[in-house]
Ligand binder design. Structure first.
Ligand code: 9MR
Ligand code: 9MR
Length: 618
């Protein structure tokens, strides 16, 4: 699509340039899609306002900000930023942050092209925060989704209503036979992981943690009521006055995760083979307190598929150290955030957490491998970070020196702080610790790590043409969550030091997701002129069958991925797309366009953060 020509009356200077272009005045637009890309939902009044002009032209160009009537509001020069290899094109930066008019219908004009109309002063972060939290309700299993909570198109029967499961038995993918276990667990409730209905503790853990973190951050700043995150914003079943919808939603998954903990005294078969072995090695142990790694069917279920029609038996995968520590960490966090609101639940969480942590200490090297098909692997062979994270959360919950000493030991075994990802949890420990200044040494360490890490991310951001905080090496499965999780660190750094411009980095992250990218694509359904619609999802499957709904507003696509291109759509694109452009809004493109709880959780976190920290001047 070629961008529309400028409105004649507004382009006097451009028109005269067009009559007699000199070599360095000629401006050639990128051939496809809009030439000027930006956050498709608009800008905060006093925040950074930044657009990207897609052009090969080397010389700086004049840009103009025009109002609804076409009158000039502000003008300036583009900043040529050169070739961005991961975008596969050259770009110029247009920075109109200084302009602070309010209204709808603004446009940017440059290089003979015009942007779409956009608003300034009414960003959609409040609505996005609510919708992105509603994502979780809309993916609940074991409960009918009512139209008054889900919205009519996304209401559906629950499925998995009375779910009990026992351990996987039979021959696994490595050729070893597993005997099963002598118990069944109540496995109802929880969220579907993603486009599949599988349920995986490590991914549930990072998602629950993120929701708890948003709550705990607002709580520590006394902002819950002012922002109405005290139950007044997102309608949910069983809501009660004064109980935050954030906590209520997280609890739906946490109760499910607590249910995957092995009962005291129960025997269970675990895989004791080193991660490097080709074959699993089933060994029977006392499983007390360990947590089953995941729950899913024997084979991948078809798509589309209503949950009520998913009737294949589901099996418990053997417990793993990573899953056990995930539960330990989020249940410790649970004991803090529910302490005043529901002391019994807080006690139950703490007991589950301590039981899990002790079990992990007894069995520190149980690694999950995919024993049977039909679900994701979520294998993780480095659990030092999970130990560090769980010990830290327990220390913050109990104040017991024993946990702090353990956390210090694990920390000594870590050399650097990797970006947040379902298998990399060390920064979660720091983000939690930052909220607890009374635990001085742990807190001070966290602040240092957060500031250092934020500075790294900020520097990386300056290296990208599209100015967003993700290096090309991280453009992989779920890259959009990588952008947002880096935003979490930038946001936390801004809380500590508001003078270093870290919040602008958070805005940049959101701008990228909402359209300032080489595909001119909003990766969030329902937000922006060109928004994702057809994710890989078994119910939001309009892309496969028009009788199913499209993605609801506030659902985030996994994003560009040029590294693990294993679905049928991605396979055909391999080697033919620049990293940031390896994406398509296609239902079958699960390596690029799936949705997932661990991706939507940081979307909620960042939207809620931007709403809360927006500068308001009258
Ligand atoms: O839904 C996909 C199914 O049709 C395929 O047979 C299967 C084979 O790999 O992959 C399924 O896709 C998974 C998706 O539902 C959940 N995320 C991971 C995807 C596979 O890794
Ligand atoms: O997010 C996961 C990604 O990091 C992995 O590379 C990928 C392949 O193992 O799996 C992703 O997680 C999927 C999971 O395995 C099954 N449910 C859907 C998840 C998102 O695609």
């Amino acid at each position: 699509m070629i961008s529309p020509a400028p409105v004649a009356a507004l382009s006097l200077v451009l028109a005269s340039e067009a009559v007699a272009p000199s070599a360095d005045q000629t401006c050639t637009l990128a051939p496809e899609r809009s030439a000027i890309v930006m956050n498709q939902t608009g800008f905060e009044r006093f925040g950074p306002k930044f657009a990207v002009l897609r052009t090969e032209t080397e010389a700086a160009q004049i840009w103009r900000l025009l109002d609804t009537e076409g009158a000039l509001v502000e003008t300036g020069q583009t900043r040529p930023a050169g070739f961005d290899a991961s975008a596969g094109e050259s770009v110029h930066h247009i920075d109109f942050s200084e302009a602070t008019p309010v209204g709808d219908g603004f446009r940017i004009e440059a290089c003979g092209a015009q942007s779409r109309a956009f608003p300034i002063g009414s960003p959609s972060y409040a609505g996005l925060a609510e919708d992105s939290l509603r994502y979780f309700y809309r993916n609940r299993l074991g409960i009918d989704l009512k139209p008054e909570f889900a919205g009519t198109p996304w209401a559906r029967a629950g499925g998995f209503m009375t779910s009990r499961a026992t351990c996987f038995s039979g021959e696994d993918l490595t050729g070893t036979t597993w005997p099963g276990c002598g118990y069944t667990l109540d496995t109802s409730g929880g969220w579907a992981d993603a486009g599949d209905y599988g349920q995986y503790v490590v991914n549930g853990g990072v998602s629950v943690w993120t929701l708890h973190y948003v709550f705990e951050r607002f709580q520590s700043r006394g902002e819950l009521e002012g922002l109405d995150w005290d139950g007044a914003r997102v309608a949910l079943p069983n809501s009660r006055d004064g109980i935050s919808e954030i906590l209520l939603e997280a609890r739906w998954q946490l109760e499910f995760m607590l249910g995957l903990q092995v009962p005291d005294g129960a025997r269970v078969w675990v895989d004791t083979a080193p991660a490097s072995d080709d074959r699993s090695n089933p060994t029977e142990i006392d499983g007390s307190g360990l947590v089953h790694h995941k729950l899913h069917e024997r084979a991948w279920l078809p798509l589309p598929l209503l949950p009520e029609n998913a009737n294949e038996p589901r099996h418990l995968h053997p417990p793993s150290t990573a899953a056990t520590l995930n539960l330990a960490a989020v249940a410790a966090q649970c004991s803090r955030v529910w302490r005043e609101l529901d002391p019994d639940f807080a006690d139950r969480c703490l007991a589950g957490s301590e039981r899990a942590f002790e079990a992990a200490l007894r069995h520190p090297a149980l690694y999950a491998r995919n024993l049977f098909d039909g679900g994701g692997a979520y294998g993780d062979i480095n659990v030092t970070d999970e130990f560090y994270w769980a010990a830290t959360e327990l220390y913050l919950a109990t104040g017991e020196a024993h946990y702090r000493e353990l956390a210090d030991q694990y920390r000594a075994g870590m050399s650097h702080w990797r970006p947040i990802f379902w298998a990399s949890m060390e920064l979660l420990a720091e983000l939690s610790a930052q909220l607890h200044p009374d635990k001085e040494a742990t807190h001070d360490h966290a602040v240092r790590v957060i500031l250092d890490t934020a500075q790294d991310y900020q520097a990386q951001m300056e290296d990208t043409g599209y100015r967003y905080p993700l290096p090309p090496s991280d453009i992989t499965w779920g890259s959009n969550a990588g952008v947002l999780n880096r935003g979490l660190i930038l946001a936390a750094a801004h809380d500590v030091d508001p003078e270093q411009g870290f919040r602008d980095g958070v805005v940049n992250a959101m701008d990228y997701l909402l359209g300032r990218n080489p595909l001119d694509q909003s990766y969030v359904a329902g937000y922006g002129a060109r928004a994702m619609r057809h994710p890989h999802h078994r119910f939001w499957a309009e892309g496969a069958d028009p009788d199913f709904p499209p993605a609801p507003p506030g659902a985030l696509s996994g994003g560009p991925n040029f590294q693990i291109m294993t679905d049928s759509i991605a396979r055909d694109m391999q080697g033919q797309c620049a990293p940031q452009t390896c994406w398509v809004d296609h239902v079958d493109a699960f390596t690029m366009n799936e949705v997932a709880i661990n991706w939507n959780a940081p979307l909620f976190a960042i939207a809620a953060y931007l709403e809360a920290t927006q500068e308001r001047q009258d």
